[in-house]
Write a protein that binds this ligand. Structure first.
Ligand SMILES: Cc1cc2nc3c(=O)[nH]c(=O)nc-3n(C[C@H](O)[C@H](O)[C@H](O)COP(=O)(O)OP(=O)(O)OC[C@H]3O[C@@H](n4cnc5c(N)ncnc54)[C@H](O)[C@@H]3O)c2cc1C
Ligand code: SF4
Length: 432
């Protein structure tokens, strides 16, 4: 009899602990969702999960939330909910984990359409000779991009045509898709030109936060064989790719941005910021981040101007101007203000920061009060000199001491540029 009581007490204890944990997690998920909504960040960037209403219904098992490495999913009121939509990268770990197949991955939402180019199964667009691989085609992920780069190059090899041109193929972008395509171009003995607008390979991976662990699955690269990473730190992955480039002799033209492509007598004229080439085919492996938006002011071409913050510690003791009003600008200014001896100015052209996370807003206020950041709202950078910048605030120009400028003003999406070439897109509002 006594034992029965003990069992009962143990069961009640376990149940109450479970319910407490469940309640706490539920409250945390609601708080995360509310913050995302208030910050205007409740829309997923591209591919994301929704409950599959046509087949099964969500049973609230939480397997999806446990499987999501980006902590984008929660279970609210017993249903899978995208609580931190902006963090979803669409890799579908949630879909694979769901025990009742209640999840589908879709592009875009009712409120926000996503433009996906029309591509044939061998990656050719509606413009014969122009191919697309990787995330630009809609499918994210390192492994899929690398696989598509390789498959697209095999398809290109079969469709080269006979027109004379500087190159068999110009590859635009050196993220996982472009890098893999470049290796395949060597493998197929094609005359290729691989251009990358940044000063490093890696694409989106290069921009991950420091030491982020990338989750991937084994994939194949021509000339290299099977790449067996499952979880790998961003820096290690970039080093791994850099080593491959050295070993294979893959040629990448960095800081070269494709600006236009025109049809030219059965081949293509590709114009970049460095020159113009003719090519029999073009592979666009440009991802979906776009090209960083520029300030278009005198002095912007100076080496002290960059479009991302990689290592805050490198700016110790310097006067740094951050330009922009989104989370990346706030995060950069906050990180810089925490480094010793920095003098940080955050310049934003609007009167208030609207679509930013509450956490960043509070940290910014803290650093502002502590005199670690000067915030200039309603301000525009007018010029950049060697040792100073001119910023106009409320119409009044003023000079500020300056050693470095970090512009976080978002990116120009590639869609208009591709539409100009004639590539057709479908706008998806929450469909696969
Ligand atoms: C924060 C974050 C975390 C992620 N985590 C993971 C993860 O854990 N696992 C995973 O598998 N995936 C992850 N992803 C997704 C993955 O990084 C991308 O799907 C993948 O990098 C896409 O590769 P891509 O080569 O198609 O495009 P990208 O990696 O975007 O590369 C495109 C390249 O093209 C260049 N380019 C663009 N326009 C031009 C132009 N006009 N001229 C010249 N060059 C140009 C760009 O500079 C860029 O280098 C994550 C994404 C993000 C944003
Ligand atoms: S697709 Fe990936 S990032 Fe998005 S919710 Fe599912 S597991 Fe998380």
């Amino acid at each position: 009899m006594n034992y029965a009581y003990l069992y009962l007490i143990a069961i009640l204890l376990i149940m109450s602990l479970y319910l407490r944990r469940y309640y706490r997690r539920h409250q945390d998920d609601i708080a995360t969702l509310e913050e995302a909504v208030q910050s205007g960040l409740a829309e997923p960037p591209s591919l994301h999960p929704v409950i599959n209403s046509s087949h099964c219904s969500c049973i609230g098992s939480g397997a999806c939330a446990a499987a999501c490495p980006e902590e984008a999913i929660g279970v609210i009121n017993g249903k899978m909910t995208l609580k931190n939509a902006a963090a979803c990268i669409g890799h579908g770990a949630c879909l694979a984990a769901c025990p009742v197949d209640a999840i589908t991955l879709v592009f875009g939402t009712e409120n926000r359409g996503i433009d996906i180019p029309n591509i044939s199964p061998d990656f050719e667009t509606n413009v014969p000779g122009i191919f697309i691989a990787g995330e630009l085609g809609g499918m994210g992920l390192i492994r899929k991009a690398a696989q598509q780069g390789r498959e697209a190059m095999a398809a290109i090899r079969k469709k080269l045509g006979k027109h004379s041109a500087d190159y068999d193929v110009v590859i635009v972008g050196c993220g996982p898709a472009g890098l893999s395509a470049g290796l395949s171009a060597i493998h197929h003995k094609l005359r290729y030109k691989l251009i990358e607008q940044e000063d490093s390979l890696g694409g989106a991976v290069y921009h991950y936060p420091r030491q982020k662990i990338a989750m991937t699955a084994p994939f194949e690269l021509d000339l290299v064989g099977k790449v067996k990473f499952s979880e790998v730190q961003k820096e290690k992955l970039i080093d791994f790719w850099t080593d491959i480039v050295k070993k294979t002799g893959l040629k990448i033209s960095f800081r070269e941005r494709m600006e236009s492509i025109e049809k030219d007598n059965g081949r293509f004229a590709v114009t970049t910021n460095r020159g113009s080439y003719t090519a029999r085919t073009v592979l666009l492996a440009m991802g979906r981040r776009g090209t960083p938006r520029k300030l278009e002011v005198p002095g912007e071409e100076s080496a002290k101007v960059t479009y991302r913050l990689i290592d805050p510690a490198q700016y110790r003791g310097q006067a740094v101007l951050v330009v922009g009003g989104g989370d990346s600008a706030l995060e950069a200014a906050i990180a810089l203000s925490q480094e010793q001896g920095t003098d940080v100015i955050l310049s934003y052209r609007s009167a208030a920061f609207s679509r930013v996370k509450q956490k960043n807003r509070l940290l910014l206020e803290q650093q502002q009060k502590a005199g670690r950041i000067r915030v200039l709202l309603n301000s525009n950078v007018r010029s950049i000199d060697d040792k100073l910048v001119v910023i106009e605030t409320d119409g009044i120009p003023q000079r500020y001491r300056n050693d470095a400028v970090i512009v976080c003003a978002g990116g120009l999406l590639p869609t208009p540029l591709l539409q100009k070439i004639g590539i057709q897109f479908d706008t998806k509002f929450g469909s696969a």
